[in-house]
Design a protein around this ligand. Structure first.
Ligand SMILES: [Zn+2]
Ligand SMILES: [Zn+2]
Length: 352
């Protein structure tokens, strides 16, 4: 029987926040008991290492108890830990199943067998702390590293890399691609777990999605790359139209066109559009530049005096060839600038 003292950690997952305790060894779930300040705490589930998960409420209650304890102690910090008793589980899956080219190839039946293989790599390391795994390249997209982690090769490199089959030994791959490539750990390029679905189209991810490297993970949720980019584009459209221009103009008094991103043309931003608004007072071009919204009233926009109107605004401003522009540091500021100009060029105008 192993006894450990640990805190309940807060963990964000695709299905919301949970509490979790990470133990130092593999545990047999049926043998795990958790005690906190003399009371038993029942886990709601166990992860693949047999380590206990809790509800968000259980995690919050743990934090509240800890804060109360510190208050009672006159504000001095004292630790609070749960006591976990468990029996260690052994791991007896043969290593060639998840740590050789052939073993990994045979795990590529579907997304569930692929995830099982990846999980076995991680569990193996938990069970054998002093061991390191062999490294492989999967589908020419992913590096399975010695620590059981999955890295992704940057999507833009894909066409230029040489790989010989679905599973390559990493050393061979590195020798064949001496020009180099960039890797990103987990995050937006992760392999979706079994049964994960795209939060935009609802389709369950398949092995083909993994093969085409067409998944992204954002805040613990999975999406098809193209679904996510389209969704992000529409969020921007909503931000600039319904939540900004619609509050200033009757929707019959303006129309808009989407422009390519005027700041960055790379994959990271090319799906975030810029806007050309045709209003009854003239044209306005708007869009994100890093963390500011660039607003530029075009030559055909009614005259107004920038220096006069924005004298107190300590931000980038410009006037060039009839165009007048300003950087807004928030959506609220952008709205405010648009409103000031609108009231100046047409004091009697109301959207309502
Ligand atoms: Zn989708
Ligand atoms: Zn960018």
């Amino acid at each position: 029987m192993n006894i450990e003292r640990k805190r309940i950690e807060r963990l964000s997952t695709g299905n919301g926040v949970i509490g979790h305790i990470t133990l130092s060894k593999l545990a047999i779930p049926e043998t795990v008991t958790v005690t906190l300040l003399g009371e038993q705490l029942v886990p709601i589930s166990f992860n693949s290492y047999g380590h206990p998960n809790f509800t968000e409420e259980q995690e919050r209650l743990f934090t509240f108890k800890h804060e109360e304890l510190i208050r009672q102690n006159g504000g001095q910090y004292i630790p609070l830990e749960a006591e976990i008793a468990y029996e260690e589980s052994s791991f007896d899956i043969p290593r060639n199943v998840f740590d050789t080219v052939d073993g990994i190839k045979s795990s590529l039946k579907d997304i569930s067998t692929l995830n099982e293989m990846l999980q076995n790599r991680r569990i193996f390391l938990k069970a054998h702390e002093d061991c390191k795994l062999n490294e492989f390249i999967l589908f020419g997209n992913f590096l399975l590293d010695q620590f059981g982690q999955v890295w992704s090769i940057e999507k833009s490199a894909k066409g230029n890399l040489t790989f010989t089959s679905d599973v390559d030994d990493y050393k061979t791959f590195a020798t064949n691609n001496t020009d180099g490539f960039k890797m990103t750990l987990g995050g937006e390029y992760a392999i979706p777990p079994e049964k994960a679905f795209c939060h935009c189209c609802g389709k369950v991810f398949t092995l083909d999605d993994v093969k085409n490297n067409s998944c992204v993970s954002i805040d613990g949720k999975y999406y098809h790359d193209s679904c996510w980019r389209n969704y992000r584009k529409l969020i921007e459209v909503d931000k600039f139209t319904r939540r900004m221009m619609d509050l200033l103009y009757k929707n019959t008094d303006y129309s808009f066109e989407l422009l390519p991103n005027g700041y960055c043309h790379q994959d990271c931003c090319s799906h975030i559009p810029w806007f050309l608004f045709h209003t009854i007072h003239g044209d306005i071009i708007m869009g994100w530049r890093k963390r500011v919204i660039s607003i530029e009233w075009q030559e055909n926009y009614k005259p107004f005096d920038m220096n006069d109107l924005f004298a107190t605004e300590n931000v980038t401003k410009w006037e060039k060839a009839g165009k007048r522009g300003i950087h807004a540091w928030s959506e609220e500021k952008a709205y405010e600038y648009l409103q000031s100009v609108l009231h100046t060029v047409n004091p009697g105008y109301s959207r309502w």
